[in-house]
Write a protein that binds this ligand. Structure first.
Ligand SMILES: Nc1nc2c(ncn2[C@@H]2O[C@H](COP(=O)(O)OP(=O)(O)OP(=O)(O)O)[C@@H](O)[C@H]2O)c(=O)[nH]1
Length: 301
């Protein structure tokens, strides 16, 4: 019997903030690539996850939650990223919370291009207690857009995720793979380092910190290590808007910053499979002069 021809295609994951896009991407790629947190708007970059199974290579694109409420420069660029993602792909996973459809969902739906097949992914179906309630909702959804298929699922359920692969496969064109079989992301380790610090930052500050805070990776150096194969030295700066935010990130006696950097380091060591030395600084965007007050935090002592 002849082997199945190779398939390879790009799948965009779109949806308003907090519907579970990052959770889904991580489950699909099988390793933590994108960042997730309870805070809306944490996915600021277009992140690619790659998964190769049997004859098919799935290339996933995660997109920032489509922001409609405010119109800052940041939001405008977020929206541009979403637009970029939805156009040139083979398949769109339009993610919503099962049984719900808000004005924000509608804005994202309006971005879908007619020629590209879209699946309606009704996520968090585990939170719907009466499945029967979904039927009328589904009918309404089908009137809103000609979805190719309807997939009720939970991004946290491995069986649902497996099933989704089977559904997506047939939409991807027959063509040679673009990436090697074991590649998971085309993002650099330096990029992942910044994302990991940012995830911990938002996880440990909760809703207190505005999402305009960013993380800059100032240094990423590696050297061979006889004991661990290699040893990576990273310096990152958390950039915040105000002194008050800085104090919030640092926490009492530097405890919070220490937790952020320790957890980020541990996760990076797992991700990269080596020893990591991580230094995290906090700076106020406008006040670069207060260098003396900056707090240094070592990943390990
Ligand atoms: N109950 C339940 N919760 C889920 C499911 N999928 C995701 N979540 C939760 O929903 C929240 C948001 O998930 P994310 O994956 O960060 O959402 P997102 O759409 O990427 O959000 P942005 O980055 O803000 O665009 C997290 O607390 C997840 O744990 C699911 O299937 N069921």
């Amino acid at each position: 019997m002849e082997a199945a021809p190779q398939r390879c295609g790009v799948i965009a994951i779109v949806g308003k903030p907090n519907v579970g896009k990052s959770t889904l991407l991580n489950a699909l790629v099988g390793q933590k690539i994108s960042i997730t947190s309870r805070k809306a708007q944490t996915t600021r970059h277009r992140i690619t996850g790659i998964r190769t199974m049997a004859a098919t290579q799935f290339i996933f694109v995660d997109t920032p939650g489509f922001q409609t409420r405010h119109s800052t420069a940041l939001n405008r660029s977020l929206n541009k990223t979403v637009l970029g993602a939805v156009g040139d792909v083979d398949l769109v996973l339009f993610v919503v919370e099962a049984g719900k459809f808000t004005a924000a969902d509608e804005k994202v739906l309006a971005l879908l291009k007619p020629g590209v097949p879209a699946l309606l992914v009704a996520n968090k179906v585990d939170e719907v207690h009466r499945r029967g309630d979904l039927a009328p909702w589904l009918q309404q959804m089908q009137q809103r857009h000609a979805f190719a298929e309807f997939v009720p699922m939970s991004a946290k359920n491995a069986k649902d995720v497996e099933r989704l692969f089977g559904i997506c496969e047939k939409y991807l064109p027959e063509q040679p793979w673009w990436y090697a079989e074991d590649e998971l992301t085309d993002r650099s380790e330096k990029f992942l380092a910044g994302e990991t610090v940012r995830e911990k930052l938002f996880r440990f500050t909760g809703d207190e910190l505005p999402y305009t805070s960013t993380v800059v990776v100032d240094k990423f150096e590696e050297e061979p290590s006889p004991k661990h194969g290699r040893f990576v030295k990273i310096a990152a700066t958390i950039v915040v808007e105000r002194d008050g935010h800085k104090a919030m990130v640092i926490g009492e006696k530097g405890e919070r910053l220490k937790r952020i950097s320790t957890e980020a380091r541990q996760e990076l060591e797992k991700l990269m499979g080596c020893k990591v030395f991580l230094e995290v600084w906090v700076k106020v965007r406008s006040g670069w002069a207060d260098d003396e007050a900056r707090v240094r935090s070592f990943g390990y002592e």
